[in-house]
Design a protein around this ligand. Structure first.
Ligand code: ATP
Ligand code: MG
Length: 311
């Protein structure tokens, strides 16, 4: 019944997907654009590419307003949406490329050189004659990356380009992104949920949460700020509820099973109090390991505790 009703009554609800988001990206930068699901990352990229138009505020891509001159912007940018291909679904990959050559009027010799470069770098020769819809996810992503860059745009927007890729393909894609940024000085805005992508690629982070920017700055500064904090990994016996720790004032960062926990330790805390609490309850520690708090931990804290982590 609910679905029938929704067919007939279009109820309108306004969601503020991005709110006072403000940033500038310099030429040649590679910026990680991060935030939890629904934060507004894809919405931002859609506004930058002219797919969506902001209700207020201004977007400029290399000085051009994508709403006013989508064509001019299209020449300046490449886009990859990891969740959705931009290739022609029924065409063999090489024919999609050839269509793009025509659309962007890329000279023949230049096109050939560029394509060969991508085939080599992205290891694409095995599936060039395959229809896009028959490609595996990893093949499709590589083809999409090549397609986005054939016309040598100075700017590239990547929305989750490593989603669902196996370890080896992810490496190929990461190296490719790095190479394009470093060798060709392509300016890149990269959205990903993969911490390693960020650590390997980005020098600057913009963190978005519920439509607002919570941090914009160097990745090294970001990590440095929290490096004094520690993360304690424990394996205990018998199994425990995470409330065992929280009731005693410890913050649980993760719980991979009822015996494996990661606990956050402040800059001047030692594990002594925790070990005492466990031994007082006759709980054995099978494994214990301490490490510095890293980018992944910090993001996790930000996403779960929501907003009481100071950034
Ligand atoms: N076409 C749409 N119609 C209505 N609401 C939308 C639409 N697209 C996005 N939203 C909403 O806008 C908010 C931001 O979505 P967006 O896709 O930008 O998030 P995201 O940061 O890319 O998240 P994810 O990490 O899950 O991809 C969400 O609340 C989402 O539900
Ligand atoms: Mg998204």
């Amino acid at each position: 019944m609910g679905s029938v009703v929704s067919l007939f009554s279009a109820q309108k609800e306004t969601i503020t997907a991005v709110d006072h988001v403000n940033f500038d990206i310099g030429q040649g930068e590679l910026v990680g654009y991060l935030g939890p699901n629904g934060a507004g990352k894809s919405t931002t990229i859609k506004m930058l590419t002219g797919i969506l138009v902001p209700t207020s505020g201004r977007v400029l891509v290399d000085g051009i307003d994508p709403e006013k001159d989508r064509r001019a912007v299209a020449r300046k940018i490449g886009v990859v949406f990891g969740q959705k291909t931009q290739l022609w679904w029924d065409l063999p990959v090489e024919e999609s490329f050839d269509l793009l050559r025509a659309v962007y009027r890329i000279p023949g010799a230049e096109y050939k050189k560029r394509l060969n470069f991508f085939i080599e770098l992205l290891d694409m020769k095995d599936f060039l004659s395959q229809q896009a819809r028959k490609l595996s996810l990893g093949q499709r992503m590589r083809a999409d990356l090549a397609a986005s860059l054939l016309h040598r745009p100075p700017i590239l927007f990547l929305d989750e380009p490593t989603i669902g890729l196996d370890i080896l393909t992810r490496d190929i894609v990461r190296k490719f992104i790095k190479e394009i940024n470093e060798q060709e000085k392509v300016t890149i805005l990269l959205t990903t949920h993969d911490i390693q992508d960020i650590e390997y690629l980005a020098r600057r982070l913009i963190l978005l949460d519920r439509g607002r920017v919570h941090y914009d700055g160097g990745i090294d500064d970001f990590i440095q700020r929290y490096a004094a904090e520690k993360v304690l990994s424990l394996q205990v016996d018998p199994p425990l509820q995470s409330s065992f720790f929280t009731q005693r004032g410890f913050e649980v960062l993760s719980e991979s099973s009822d015996r494996n926990f990661e606990i956050r330790l402040g800059a001047d805390e030692t594990p002594a109090a925790l070990i005492e609490a466990l031994s007082a309850s006759k709980i054995r520690i099978d494994e214990i390991n301490m490490r510095k708090r890293d980018l992944g931990d910090t993001l996790k804290l930000m996403y779960t505790n929501q907003r009481n982590v100071e950034l």
